[in-house]
Design a protein around this ligand. Structure first.
Ligand code: NAD
Length: 487
């Protein structure tokens, strides 16, 4: 069933002045599920205007305790409408329901709760000093909201990644204009109903739909009344966002692409390493920014590891999201399927040994039009090959053998990205030594995607700028003002 997906501006669902729409199709079978009303300049202006006005309205006058109470209610309401969010997220992405119901939707709610809790206990610094005339000067910090925050989001974990920004932005007293990905407009839209239900004032949370260049994304990030831009997406888009932010010297927080490595030493717990690397390569059909696409395995266990991962990959049954046997969903779109398949071809052209996969799985007739690709493993490529250096963002990995710690360290760091790594070993000294030297923002030891939301999250090198999570989010979402009192 297809429905209208509208912009949410100043507490109201609105279409647009231009009449421009675009179709939202589900990647499961390419069926039309929604008509999205694209925001033009007038709608983006209205959303930013509403967000700016709301800073001066009742929202701006709330105490922290009152704000925290509202955010807690947002989390409760998301959980109360869990099934609505689940259905919307699954329709947009096609991901298996066990994944969306364990990761996407609960984290969507938790992102409001955790930042509500964190802001309650947030302190600032104070210093006292003597002045030359024998008096005292007391300096103290005050955190004030930055203002209107533009939140530009990707499609891979739509509700989770959007609320990861909206939660702390609102906790700090800002207002937001969200531009969800054109591929996943539904849960951001639904969140508007939650905001209205719990009494978040109109204009605090706004959603504009559309694309990037010459569309809502570019109009929003170029808007002079936007005071900060938080962006998650591709590194190339991050460059465009930084250029837009340079006008008016607006701060950015960027969570960008990755080409993450897993390093598996011969002394690892073999089963833990195989199970965890299976998840890090293939979960969400490989469409996780933290996912692994380069696996380095120490030579004594190389053959055994490749064989075990192959078996796991081949057991990942593609299918409908609510089928309990489904282990892997489709890619997000035909366009992305074409991109991933072009890398599958390139790997073969560059001489890869295709251990498993490499194409499109055979699907039943009713799913044939979906955006399916096979989980794929390659070996035998040099470190310079395209699928070893570039982000594919699909269910695939290249596995290479290594001998020494120094050799693997050099290979892992030889990449322009620096988002995440996982290391598998029983030698904790070695793991800690490597964790300090690998050039990434996030390093897991004997695990992956294990998150404590109080900890800093973000990338090094071309994987991003800034850290969000816990108190670190407040560096971006507030201005720290110093007040000095002489007495
Ligand atoms: P994308 O960069 O194509 O799009 C992200 C968003 O930016 C979309 O809403 C899009 O419409 C918008 N956009 C595109 N061009 C724009 C422009 N010129 N101005 C303003 N907005 C613009 O990314 P995607 O394909 O949606 O997501 C996949 C990418 O996101 C991958 O590279 C992945 O690694 C990355 N990602 C990173 C993290 C992280 O935390 N580091 C998390 C998730 C995804």
């Amino acid at each position: 069933m297809s429905r209208d997906i509208m912009n949410f501006i100043d507490g109201t669902y609105v279409r647009n002045a231009s009449g421009r729409t675009f179709p939202k199709r589900t990647p499961i079978d390419n069926a039309l599920i929604g008509t999205v009303f694209e925001a033009g300049k007038p709608e983006v202006d209205a959303a930013v205007g509403a967000a700016k006005a709301a800073l001066k309205g009742p929202w701006g006058k709330l105490s922290v305790v009152e704000r925290v109470k509202l955010l807690d209610e947002v989390a409760v309401e998301i959980n109360r409408r869990f099934d609505d969010f689940l259905q919307a997220e699954i329709a947009d992405t096609g991901k298996p329901s066990h994944l969306a119901s364990h990761v996407d939707i609960p984290r969507g709610a938790a992102n409001f709760q955790i930042f509500a809790d964190t802001i309650k206990n947030m302190s600032t610094e104070a210093f006292e000093m003597r002045t030359p005339d024998g008096k005292t000067a007391l300096s103290y910090g005050v955190r004030v909201p930055r203002g209107v925050i533009a939140v530009v989001c990707p499609w891979n974990l739509p509700l989770l990644l959007m609320t990861w920004k909206v939660g702390p932005a609102l906790a700090c007293g800002n207002t937001v204009v969200v531009k969800p990905s054109e591929e996943t407009p539904s849960t951001a839209t639904l969140l508007g109903e939650v905001m209205n239900k719990v009494g978040v004032p109109a204009g605090v949370y706004n959603v504009v739909h559309g694309f990037g260049p010459d569309s809502a994304g570019a109009f929003l990030t170029a808007h002079p009344d936007v005071d900060g831009i938080t962006f998650t997406g591709e590194t190339r888009t991050g460059t465009a966002i930084m250029q837009a932010a340079a006008v008016g010297i607006r701060p950015v927080s960027l969570e960008l692409g990755g080409k993450n490595a897993a390093v598996v030493f011969a002394d690892c717990d073999f089963q833990v390493a195989v199970d965890t690397v299976t998840r890090s390569c293939f979960e969400n059909a490989g469409q996780v920014c933290l996912g692994t696409e380069r696996v380095y395995v120490q030579r004594p266990i190389f053959e055994a590891f490749v064989a075990a991962l192959k078996q796991k990959a081949e057991a990942m049954k593609p299918g409908r999201p609510f089928d309990p046997d489904t282990r892997i969903g489709p890619l997000i779109s035909k366009e992305h399927q074409d991109k991933v398949l072009s890398y599958y071809r390139k790997a073969r052209e560059e001489g890869a040994t295709v251990v498993t996969g490499g194409g499109v799985p055979t699907m039943p007739d009713d799913l044939k039009d979906g955006c399916w690709v096979q989980p794929t493993i390659w070996t035998g490529l040099p470190e310079t090959a395209a699928v070893v250096t570039e982000e594919v963002f699909g269910p695939c990995c290249h596995i290479s053998p290594f001998d020494s710690e120094d050799e693997v360290l050099e290979k892992v760091n030889r990449n322009r990205y620096g988002l995440a790594t996982s290391i598998y070993t029983q030698d904790i000294s070695r793991a800690n030594r490597l964790a300090r030297q690998i050039e990434v923002g996030l390093c897991w030891i004997n695990s992956w995607f294990l998150r404590d939301l109080r900890t800093p999250f973000g990338g090094s090198k071309q994987s991003g700028i800034g850290r969000e999570g816990g108190v670190h989010s407040f560096e971006f979402y507030t201005e720290l003002r110093n007040v000095m009192l002489k007495y």
